[in-house]
Design a protein around this ligand. Structure first.
Ligand SMILES: NC(=O)c1ccc[n+]([C@@H]2O[C@H](COP(=O)([O-])OP(=O)(O)OC[C@H]3O[C@@H](n4cnc5c(N)ncnc54)[C@H](O)[C@@H]3O)[C@@H](O)[C@H]2O)c1
Length: 345
């Protein structure tokens, strides 16, 4: 007997910019019912309560989860609020936890989150949703179609700093490289000013990555990374792409895509700009698809995010220890603190 597809209940914590994007996208999708909202500060909670009147709103996450017991727990908090909320979601019986990048603030925390989710059999998704942009997908299509030949290099750079931007760059560079495993990373970093920010980071960081399929990855982030003069909006000055034996293809987060291919007779290009409204729709739809069918693993699944996060943390360790850092990483001194101590003022 086939009936209407089931509806999944969702609760969202952290109702800033991204939390509201999530709440809106879930509320608009008929496969979900928004049942819970949480933010410790009352103005944001109140604004969300006014907008989504049927959801239970609380300033306390444990209370909100106990009252709502959601199928999906989404949280969009600052980077230092991760492990306790993953634990709260697991304890409340969530089937899937969707949360914001970066996955954690250290390898130790990332491994603990991963263990917790795996032991409980809870799915996770990390919000690297830019990949749903048409311009991001066009680059993937060109690469996978073979039009630029055999890929030898993938790259990504952004003027935004590490804890904001770097896992985005790595996630999409890995995607363009067929999600190959990374073997080692050599990193270098400079500048301590941004350690005072809520997205605590070195001012600049570079990572050279050796992938197991022989492809080289080059990632740069922060002050001193190349400008993307084609893009005006500062946060969208990101260039991510691949070079192959017969051309290249790249996406500019705020400026479409460009390529030279085997048959293109010069540069070809097309439009595109990162658009939260566009990207969040398939992002939440793919959450329903994965909950319906375990074989339909979400493109932004947590294990992929962990691999990208490890590459970023390996670059930090390399800048502290010098030399190449082999993956996967084991527990060690938390990377941000070690790097802050190691870098000259
Ligand atoms: N994927 C993307 O494209 C993208 C874009 C921007 C930001 N982000 C990421 O999203 C996250 C949130 O960013 P934002 O811009 O929405 O931040 P924000 O500061 O606007 O909102 C964060 C909210 O979390 C709340 N909060 C803090 N601790 C909490 C707790 N323990 N429980 C519940 N709520 C809590 C804060 O009160 C605040 O309202 C960050 O990790 C950021 O890196 C991702």
């Amino acid at each position: 007997m086939s009936g209407a597809p089931s509806t999944f209940t969702v609760a969202v914590a952290g109702l800033g910019k991204r939390g509201m994007h999530h709440a809106e996208a879930f509320a608009e999708n008929p496969r979900f019912r928004l049942v819970g909202l949480c933010n410790p500060g009352s103005p944001r909670l109140e604004a969300a309560r006014q907008k989504f009147r049927e959801a239970y709103a609380s300033a306390d996450v444990a209370d909100m989860l106990a009252r709502t017991r959601p199928d999906v727990f989404a949280f969009c908090t600052p980077p230092h609020v991760r492990l306790p909320l993953v634990r709260a979601g697991v304890d409340a019986g969530a089937k899937l936890i969707a949360y914001e990048k970066p996955l954690a603030v250290s390898t130790n925390e990332a491994l603990e989150i991963s263990r917790l989710l795996r032991d409980a059999g809870v799915k996770s998704v990390v919000s690297h949703q830019h990949r749903y942009g048409e311009h991001y997908r066009k680059v993937k299509e060109i690469i996978d179609g073979g039009a630029i030949g055999r890929i030898h290099t993938v790259y990504g750079h952004a003027t935004g700093w590490m804890m904001h931007m770097m896992t985005h760059l790595i996630e999409y560079a890995r995607w363009y490289n067929g999600d190959a495993e990374a073997e080692w990373v050599a990193g270098q970093a400079a500048g301590r000013e941004k350690f005072a920010d809520v997205h605590a980071s070195p001012d600049y960081i570079a990572a050279v990555i050796q992938f197991a399929n022989g492809v080289r990855g080059v990632i740069e982030c922060g002050a001193g990374a190349p400008d993307v003069p084609e893009v005006e909006y500062w946060w969208r000055k990101c260039r991510i792409g691949a070079q192959g034996t017969e051309g290249f293809a790249e996406v500019l987060t705020g400026g479409g895509w460009r390529a030279v291919t085997r048959d293109s007779h010069g540069v070809i290009s097309g439009p595109g700009d990162m658009d939260y409204g566009h990207d969040m729709k398939p992002y939440v739809q793919d959450i329903a698809a994965w909950l319906d069918d375990p074989a339909k693993v979400h493109p932004c699944h947590g294990e992929s995010a962990l691999k990208g996060f490890e590459i970023m943390m390996a670059a930090c360790r390399s800048a502290v220890l010098r030399g190449r850092v082999t993956l996967p990483l084991a527990q060690a001194e938390p990377e941000l603190e070690a790097l802050r101590k190691a870098l000259p003022a």
